[in-house]
Design a protein around this ligand. Structure first.
Ligand SMILES: *[C@@H]1O[C@H](CO)[C@@H](O)[C@H](O)[C@H]1NC(C)=O
Ligand SMILES: *[C@@H]1O[C@H](CO)[C@@H](O)[C@H](O)[C@H]1NC(C)=O
Ligand SMILES: *[C@@H]1O[C@H](CO)[C@@H](O)[C@H](O)[C@H]1NC(C)=O
Ligand SMILES: [Zn+2]
Length: 477
């Protein structure tokens, strides 16, 4: 099939009298951790505003649940819901030994990240492209033995808010695109998540940080220009989740599991709480029903679910790593175990339907429409769009190009000249041909059977043919 497709492409380039591939478009995916969709409403953001004029702005996007950093970033890189990619938490844990690793050391636990889904860097590299990543969650790990070609992993105790370092990293990435001809780079900034946690999303500190983000957006575009990349480079800005103000100073009744009548930590063999508004429990054998009944309805702002009863929209159930009981709180609350140990003014990790959890989305470049504002979409849909822009075949994923393609100019081919359009056309033709072949063969076979004639070689050959066509259809966009 591949052979036939190449022949067809060769034929097409010959007949159309044009080279199939000119310059491939490049793509930079930038994440500003915890940049809520409405953070530009109470701050002057001239660079973000200019970018919206020159490109596309979504009203907001919907992150996957659990709305925390590593899981949500891995969804951007794979297009899979968290239950499907397996990076279900920022923390690696072992329920037998009760060992838990915090966010940073978990970046280096390969088995945690490499759980069956390939990030776009590896897919791009396998299809002949060059990829890079700076500080993006998942960068430190290898996937089926491969790592992203150019990578920078931040040191431990990194100062995530240093604007000079942001500019240096931006220039380094633009250098990779220009001098090493990289096709795709993911670039991560740890703010405004940090100030959002520490001071809250409504604080002057958060507004100042949004100004810094805005200056950096201007810097990124200016650096792209300086490196001669404006005509070839697409830039997507988004984030992993939003931020919500936590009720403090005795304003509300806190959620402390120890205080719930009848609840015993000794009924659990493992728990993951004291981590914002979410938690997971593994009851001891025979204790699940007791723990569940004790907690369910115990606090008006605590949601208690058995894994198999989890609401469908969260897509957070179908994975062995998710523990049998899942807890989450309403906005404003966090879940504590024995006593309160969390003092952040802002938190995320809430239900992804909460508006406070929605990140922003902007995009600019030759693949995108100009001055277009679009409605919301789920962040799983960013992955198939990125693959489309890069002209690579996506892995199995939970997104749909249909949800994002209205942001793209009709044919990415027309300017960037990547092979997507032709490939799609021919895959489409092949699918139609395949379908006709199936109908044809079925008819013929029926006739043959009716006539009770034996022709084993013809039938086995046609069966393989049909299988091949089916596979082509399944892997097309
Ligand atoms: C957890 O620890 C136990 C005991 O050391 C070990 O047998 C098991 O493989 C570990 N599980 C994971 C997922 O690391
Ligand atoms: C994913 O991780 C689980 C353990 O957490 C393991 O049992 C499973 O085999 C892994 N799957 C893949 C495809 O790596
Ligand atoms: C900020 O980053 C620059 C460039 O990497 C470095 O020279 C400077 O010391 C850093 N400043 C702080 C306060 O971390
Ligand atoms: Zn985050």
């Amino acid at each position: 099939m591949l052979w036939t497709t190449s022949l067809c492409l060769l034929w097409a380039s010959f007949v159309l009298g044009a080279p199939v591939r000119k310059e491939r478009q490049k793509l930079l995916l930038v994440s500003f951790d915890g940049f809520r969709w409405d953070y530009d409403r109470d701050v002057d953001t001239p660079n973000l505003d200019q970018m919206a004029k020159d490109g596309v702005k979504a009203q907001y996007v919907t992150p996957p649940y659990l709305t925390i950093t590593s899981p949500a970033h891995f969804t951007l890189l794979t297009g899979r819901y968290i239950e499907n990619h397996g990076v279900i938490h920022n923390m690696w844990f072992n329920t037998t030994t009760s060992v838990k690793k915090p966010y940073y050391p978990t970046q280096f636990v390969n088995e945690w990240w490499d759980n069956g889904s390939l990030p776009i860097w590896i897919t791009a590299q396998r299809q002949g492209l060059k990829a890079g990543s700076v500080h993006f969650p998942g960068t430190a790990s290898s996937y089926q033995g491969q790592v992203v070609m150019n990578r920078e992993v931040e040191p431990q105790l990194y100062n995530y808010k240093n604007e000079t370092a942001w500019q240096e990293n931006t220039d380094m990435v633009m250098g990779w695109f220009r001098d090493q001809d990289l096709d795709f780079v993911s670039l991560y900034f740890g703010e405004p998540d940090g100030v959002g946690h520490r001071f809250g999303p409504d604080s002057p500190e958060r507004r100042d940080m949004v100004k810094q983000v805005d200056r950096t957006v201007g810097y990124i575009r200016q650096s792209a220009h300086r490196h001669g990349l404006t005509d070839r480079l697409n830039i997507i800005l988004t984030a992993d989740h939003g931020m919500s103000t936590v009720f403090r100073n005795g304003m509300v009744e806190e959620i402390i599991l120890k205080k719930i009548p009848g609840f015993l930590f000794s009924d659990l063999s493992f728990h993951l709480v004291d981590y914002g508004p979410s938690g997971m429990l593994l009851p001891k054998p025979g204790k699940l029903e007791k723990v569940y009944q004790t907690l369910k309805g115990a606090h008006p702002h605590l949601h208690v679910y058995k894994k198999e009863e989890m609401p469908e929209h969260l897509h957070f159930a179908n994975n062995d790593r998710i523990l049998p009981i899942v807890l989450w709180a309403d906005p404003g609350y966090v879940i504590s175990g024995y006593f309160p140990v969390q003092f952040n003014q802002g938190e995320h990790g809430y239900d992804n339907l909460e508006m406070d959890m929605k990140p922003f989305f902007r995009a600019v470049g030759p693949a995108f429409h100009k001055n277009l504002e679009v409605g919301p979409f789920e962040t799983v849909n960013i992955y198939p769009m990125m693959c489309h822009i890069l002209g690579i075949q996506p892995e199995v994923n939970d997104g749909h190009l249909d949800a994002t393609k209205h942001m793209l100019v009709t044919s990415v081919t027309s300017k960037g000249g990547n092979i997507n359009f032709l490939k799609n056309a021919f895959t489409g033709l092949a699918a139609v041909a395949g379908f006709l072949a199936v109908v044809f063969i079925a008819t013929i076979s029926l006739k043959i059977i009716k006539r009770k004639r034996k022709n084993e070689s013809f039938r086995s050959e046609s069966f393989e043919d049909v299988q091949e066509k089916e596979e082509t259809k399944q892997t097309s966009f």
